[in-house]
Design a protein around this ligand. Structure first.
Ligand SMILES: [Zn+2]
Length: 117
């Protein structure tokens, strides 16, 4: 479930539940990359990903001959942590139940109407 404001850039990607924890998911995804980033024996210092995803997350990247975004693995880890931290800070309703019970389901930043996808 994606909730976003109809007037400003506030959004909330999802609610926390037993099945979904955005911080845990990101940490599990990054854990192997963290090992590569600090392993001096590992020559893999670049992370290849989708250019749209990299641009949406505000990551600095180059483009390789296959059209993938190429990012310094340390920059990728740091930016991914910043993105998840920003997401947690912007989270207004912790659970779906919190959202459903709120009689004032309006943008917490500007007070405008919300769209739920
Ligand atoms: Zn707003």
């Amino acid at each position: 479930m994606f909730i976003h404001c109809t007037k400003c850039d506030w959004c909330q990607d999802d609610f926390w539940s037993e099945e979904y924890n955005p911080v845990r998911r990101e940490m599990e995804r990054l854990s192997k990359l963290v090992e590569k980033a600090i392993d001096k024996e590992n020559p893999e210092r670049e992370y290849k990903t989708d250019r749209i995803m990299a641009a949406q997350r505000g990551m600095p990247f180059g483009v390789n001959e296959e059209g993938f975004a190429v990012i310094d693995i340390r920059d990728y880890i740091a930016k991914s942590l910043e993105v998840v931290a920003r997401s947690v800070r912007k989270m207004h309703w912790l659970t779906k139940d919190d959202f459903d019970k709120d009689s004032n389901q309006r943008c917490p930043t500007c007070g405008s109407e919300l769209t739920v996808d």
